[in-house]
Design a protein around this ligand. Sequence first.
Ligand code: NAD
Length: 350
Amino acid sequence: MSVFTDPDFDGHEQVVHCHERASGLHAIIAIHSTRLGPALGGIRMYPYADEAGALNDALRLARGMSYKSALAGLPLGGGKSVILGDPRRDKTPALLHAMGEAIERLGGRYVGAEDSGTAVADLQLMAQTTAHVTGLQDKPGLDGGVRSGDPSPATALGVFTGIRAAVRHRFGREDLAGLRVAIQGVGSVGHRLAQLLHAAGATLFVSDVWAPNLERALREFGAEPVTPDRIHAAPVDVYAPCALGAVLDDVTIPQLCAAIVAGAANNQLAQARHGEALRARGVLYAPDYAINAGGIIDVCAERLGEDAAGVRARVERIGATLTAIFEQAESEGLPTQLVADRLAERRLYG
Ligand code: NAD
């Protein structure tokens, strides 16, 4: 295992391996870039099979955060940390305190947030030993209520705004009434996206492997159920992946009926070449990290002290960013993902 030769190294500024004997902490903090601001990214806890897998995950995700924040115009760099361990078995207050101390030693170059395997209560424990974790406080919600650090409402609003931009670009219409949308995964983001689309008059097709979530969507939105293995091929205008990554591959792309793919899931393309496969089929793809930036915008707002109106305005700018990507991709005959990468790199590297 080597950092410099890892395929996802991509010039990371700093990669720190952290160990603390008493608590058993083994963690890796990857700082891809601090050029635009502190490297903000989630603290993931996962029972990795080996250290090389943990390192690769941290590097890949940290780089992704640099691109996402740069494209969203945020004063943030990109980072990520991973704790090697099973969150159900190995997570203790001592381990979380030790992780906080490891983050503190970086002096604010890295700022941690919630991710899979960690929750707000864990961040609150880490905050006892570091000032550099975020997403802890209750704050005004986009709907006027009070809510916790959960970024899903902002992510869903961003995806909804992105679908509007894609529909305008592809079909030349503003109105979503009667638009057919297939949502893969009606969890935290997918359910809220379904609410927004339903209120706008769209017809929904939904799929979920967790029956209570599926039934809630059928009941609340009169949605049509689709089996998980066929949702990508549903007879719709828009396919919105909101569950897993790598759903666009050699098998699914030829089966798509949708003219637009626009959803919240991270890393939707199985491989970079699948961006070109979508373009060649005439499918308009909203690059995942451009359309799902609402969550990081929301987390960043907490640091900047921005109110709900400020968050909403920034999230709604995702529509304009996507429109610029769609127009450039069309005029240059390029996959949208490539155009998004170039825009992000221009902001990251000048
Ligand atoms: P979630 O766990 O709340 O919801 C995911 C849903 O997908 C669950 O209901 C789950 O049962 C379902 N699911 C899992 N496998 C499935 C399958 N094969 N077919 C159909 N449904 C399946 O997660 P979430 O927070 O809503 O996030 C959804 C996606 O969006 C993830 O890929 C996440 O990384 C990404 N994302 C989320 C946010 C956020 O703010 N929560 C921000 C950016 C990106």
